[in-house]
Design a protein around this ligand. Structure first.
Ligand SMILES: *Cc1c(COP(=O)(O)O)cnc(C)c1O
Length: 651
């Protein structure tokens, strides 16, 4: 026998979960499946996953019960026919339910419906004598659990692991079909306890499965089930409901007349084209533009020289011959690629030296160099936080921070831009959780700065780790371009920065304690699983840092240029101010911002229109970025042309 008998057996797998609330064990969810031996582990996994992701909350206990079923005991039942009734309100829905019950010969339907409230905290269903309304279950507190049933198709299709998402309709129809066939069951009524699911049903062999919705308000987590019995042997009925294995055939995926599910995202060319069309219609379509010269205050674009008020090359180091020479020398010595990740064969002295220099410059014990700032941000957050962490993040933080939060799976609370009251309230709520507060230091779209002293104070008071992203502040803020941390003399727990902006190269970095850096080397996936930055990149970064530290006059010149440009705009009636190198000019309408940007290019000035999703919808801006090498006459000219275009585009 052995193998054969084993292959032939079926298994009923049941899950129920509960939570402890005020010392009481409260039922949260239950689900079950019938499967062949090979399907048992996958079914267990999906049921557990479902218990862990239930709308009614986290489970404190999850019970799985696996029972062997003899195949010859199984009966097959055809799914009840389904009809749908739509009500205009929950109370109308309950009226429909009452009328359905009366049609089935239940005289005290109104009282039956009132009893639904008594089932809300029960694990199982209530079994009522249809006439006397006497309760017939063995255990009135738990109720009666209808079990050992499934859709036959799911079993026969050697099913892939069940989705941890519940298909309410399918599961309800399977249960209703079994219940309606139990000896003596006249009818069943059910309201779901899922707060998001307001539909329920009346089911019977006579009228089939009558789907009714809504039966309650959205957000209401109260639901229950009542079986109405008429007969002389409730025991037989209970035995059937609890023990008889039933497979239901012909269970539809969706209720008839239900709206088709939202179109599934596809990878077909037609789908991609439609998605692109959507962007174009909303004036949000983007393309790459090709620049035909080195970056600088002026560039060659479309075959002619134009004034560039758009680059992050704030200190004009991107085309500085000294960086080029350092990169060339490093390429000569070490080649163009590093050939391995930092933890395998990719590390050279240039990396270690750069990291030591960065740490010394930022006043921290250690530093770590990543291929990009994007990777540094995702890499730090993902390494420090997990599903059980709390992150407090400014709503205008850079996309790489947002992605880091998502990657970590942490509970991320987004606080209104710069709103320290809100931040403090949340931080106090999670006092002692050892979570993370993360903020841009200079925000990339509007160029405004975070209140670092308050951030540091809140982080310290409530035991949070403070991470500051100095991407747009490096080389810009503080006397010598040391960022906000230099400006305020405050060292956050982790300072992230990038060499790709004022430092004129590429590569991101994190400065912090030695233990933090060692931890990141071991846990930060973008650091571990990506090829080390090349020698030319790393050498250029070192040279840029050396220049920044030895030529603070660049930082001063940048600040003066920004102030001059803002003044020239204000003189012409355009509100403009900036604490950093970024000067946002408010426009609003996406299409208008595009038109202005387009006209500016024609007049020899490149300023991009920044639209959703970089800024909120209908809050498009022209985002001017100033470089320390911009001449006053050029900035004056730009201000006058911008003012004219804005005034002319106003309707
Ligand atoms: C540009 C930017 C980054 C990403 O840096 P890269 O080196 O370009 O990947 C991260 N954070 C902020 C705030 C930025 O502006």
């Amino acid at each position: 026998m052995g193998e054969n008998a084993k292959n032939n057996a079926l298994y009923s797998v049941k899950m129920r979960s509960s939570a402890l609330k005020n010392g009481e064990n409260r039922h949260i969810s239950g689900a079950e499946s019938i499967t062949e031996a090979a399907g048992v582990p996958a079914v267990c996994e999906s049921l557990v996953s479902r218990a862990q992701n239930h709308a009614l909350g986290d489970a404190d206990e999850i019970h799985i019960k696996i029972e062997k079923i003899k195949r010859e005991d199984v009966i097959y039942l055809k799914a009840l026919p389904v009809t749908s009734r739509t009500a205009s309100s929950a109370s109308e829905g309950r009226e429909i339910m009452r009328l359905e019950l009366e049609r089935l010969g239940v005289k005290r339907a109104r009282e039956v419906l009132a009893k639904l409230a008594e089932t809300y905290r029960m694990r199982g269903a209530m079994l009522l004598d249809a006439d006397s309304l006497e309760r017939l279950e063995d255990d009135a507190e738990r109720g009666l659990r209808v079990t050992r049933m499934d859709a036959a198709e799911d079993l026969e299709s050697a099913r892939p692991p069940l989705k941890p998402v519940k298909n309410h309709f399918r599961e309800a129809l399977v249960l209703a079909t079994k219940a309606a066939h139990a000896p003596g069951v006249l009818a069943e009524i059910c309201v779901s306890d899922d707060p998001q699911y307001t539909t329920g049903y009346v089911a019977s062999q006579k009228s089939g499965y009558v789907r009714i919705g809504p039966l309650k308000e959205k957000g209401d987590g109260n639901g229950g089930r009542i079986l109405l019995y008429r007969g002389a042997s409730p025991r037989e009925c209970i035995e059937f409901l609890q023990k008889k294995p039933v497979l239901v055939t012909g269970v539809p995926r969706l209720p008839p007349g239900a709206a088709a599910p939202p179109r599934m995202a596809q990878t077909t060319a037609a789908f991609l084209e439609a998605a692109i069309e959507e962007k174009k219609k909303a004036h949000l379509y983007r393309q790459t533009t090709v620049i035909e010269s080195a970056p600088g205050p002026k560039i060659v674009y479309g075959g002619r020289e134009i004034l560039l008020l758009a680059s992050n090359n704030y200190l004009n180091l991107a085309s500085d011959p000294r960086l080029g020479a350092a990169a060339a020398a490093a390429a000569e010595k070490y080649g163009s690629g590093s050939g391995g990740s930092r933890l395998t064969t990719g590390t050279i002295y240039e990396h270690e030296l750069l990291e030591a220099e960065l740490a010394e410059w930022k006043g921290t014990e250690a530093a770590l160099f990543f291929s990009t700032g994007y990777m540094a941000n995702t890499g730090v957050i993902q390494a420090l936080c997990s599903k059980s962490s709390v992150i407090l993040s400014d709503e205008k933080n850079h996309a790489s921070i947002i992605d880091g939060c998502r990657l970590s799976g942490a509970r991320t609370i987004v606080y209104p831009h710069l709103c320290m009251e809100y931040l403090e309230e949340k931080a106090s709520l999670y006092y002692g959780s050892g979570g993370l507060i993360v903020s841009d230091s200079v925000f990339s779209m509007d160029g405004d700065a975070a209140p670092l002293p308050r951030l540091a104070e809140i982080a310290k008071k409530y035991g949070f780790f403070l991470m500051l992203d100095e991407a747009h502040a490096t080389g810009v803020m503080g006397e010598t371009g040391g960022g906000l941390s230099e400006m305020y003399g405050i060292t956050p727990d982790a300072s992230v920065g990038t060499c790709s902006k004022a430092l004129g190269g590429e590569g991101g970095f994190v400065c912090g304690s030695s233990v933090l850096i060692n931890y990141l080397k071991n846990y930060s996936r973008p650091f571990i699983f990506s090829t080390a930055p090349s020698a030319p990149t790393t050498a250029a970064a070192r040279e840029a840092l050396r220049i920044l530290r030895s030529e603070p006059e660049r930082v001063r010149a940048l600040r003066e240029a920004v102030q001059f440009f803002c003044e020239q705009l204000r003189l012409r009636g355009i509100g403009a101010k900036s604490e950093s190198a970024i000067v946002p000019i408010q426009i609003g309408d996406e299409n208008r911002s595009l038109k202005i940007a387009h006209n500016l290019i024609k007049k020899g000035i490149y300023i991009p229109a920044i639209r959703y999703p970089s800024v909120p919808k209908n809050k498009a801006i022209l985002r001017a970025a100033i470089c320390c090498a911009h001449k006053k006459e050029d900035l004056d000219f730009a201000a006058s042309v911008i003012a004219k275009e804005i005034q002319e585009s106003a309707v």
